[in-house]
Design a protein around this ligand. Structure first.
Ligand code: PEP
Ligand code: MG
Length: 325
């Protein structure tokens, strides 16, 4: 029951055969920071800053952003707080009023594309994140990257901010972890190249599923096609994990798939190192992971990778979930 779940708060997250999984929390607003620790999470795996940045009329300035990001770092200390740069557009608010509606918002003006085109705004956010890194363990990651060029451009903006802060003698953590969201199929396919540029991957399954199967994640008419267990999706996840392992970096999953109890055995079996989920779901996910054998998950995932149908993949994962919890 609830009591059993809350007793897990201070417990570590590992499988029955001692495979350590970092279980962290997704947050959107500052008022959620205290819930991270209370839920038993090891830090913040995804701070979706667009909700905070775009919910008032005007984007908060560097100083105000810095205070919020520093607060995140303090609340999660000694664990990490991973701050994702603005992911405006798509199904979320645009960063600025658009002159005309976009015909295909999910394929248009969103994510890192907006940040790279609005360099001043992007650098204010990056400076705020860097300054916050003086107060705890901060990670920074970039959304909707579709290839190496965008990642290099985003990193160069970050390095420019570091140089500025050096000149201004403003402290930051020069070892700040840099990550990239893997949520566009082209990024998953090029994961071996992207891995050489970053410290971690965070797989955004919400978008990765949508873009891989070409099925709008918010359109009920095509919801039947939206399957996290689609064999193409799980092959892309596998490919991403392998590229990360080959380059000595870690892989997390921060999409909704990570909080589906039926799919935890599959994700663990595919070899991910971290899961980031809502604080409300977190205790039951921790309990599930602690009941699973990593070895059994791996055997099951290999079988799943040979399947042709989403339904077969789902059945394999559900079956192991049922036998374990
Ligand atoms: C995702 O795409 O899975 C993700 C975590 O990002 P968002 O849902 O904010 O697009
Ligand atoms: Mg996304």
């Amino acid at each position: 029951g609830d009591q059993e779940l809350s007793s897990l708060r201070g417990r570590d997250t590992h499988t029955t055969d001692e495979r350590k999984i970092t279980l962290s929390a997704n947050v959107e607003f500052k008022h959620e920071f205290p819930q991270v620790e209370e839920s038993g999470a090891e830090g913040i795996g995804l701070f979706r800053t667009e909700f905070y940045l775009l919910s008032g009329g005007e984007i908060p300035d560097e100083q105000r952003q810095y205070e919020v990001y520093a607060e995140a770092a303090k609340c999660t200390s000694p664990h990490q707080a991973i701050i994702r740069t603005l992911d405006a557009g798509g199904d979320k608010l645009p960063a600025e009023p658009l002159p005309e509606p976009e015909p295909n918002p999910f394929l248009g003006w969103r994510g890192i594309r907006v940040s790279l085109a609005r360099r001043g705004m992007f650098k204010e956010q990056l400076r705020a994140i860097l300054r916050a890194s003086a107060h705890g363990r901060i990670g920074v990651m970039f959304p909707l990257v579709s290839g190496i060029g965008e990642l290099i451009a985003a990193k160069s903006a970050l390095h420019e901010c570091m140089d500025e802060l050096d000149r201004e003698r403003i402290p930051y953590d020069p070892g700040i972890e840099i990550g990239v969201m893997i949520e566009v199929p082209s990024a998953a396919i090029m994961a071996d190249e992207l891995a050489k540029e970053v410290d971690f991957f965070s797989i955004g399954t919400n978008d990765l599923i949508q873009y891989t199967i070409a099925v709008d994640r918010v359109n009920p008419h095509v919801a039947g096609l939206y399957k996290p267990t689609n064999p193409a999706v799980i092959r892309l996840i596998k490919r991403t994990v392998e590229a990360a392992n080959a380059n000595g970096i870690w892989t997390g999953v921060c999409g909704e798939m990570a909080s589906d109890l039926n799919l935890i055995p599959l994700l663990i079996g595919l070899g991910v190192d971290e899961l980031s989920v809502g604080t409300h779901q977190l205790p039951k996910i921790k309990k599930a992971i602690r009941s699973l054998s990593h070895a059994a998950c791996s055997v099951m995932a290999d079988e799943a990778l040979a399947c042709r149908f989403s339904s077969e993949v789902l059945e394999l994962s559900v079956d192991l979930a049922k036998r374990s919890y």
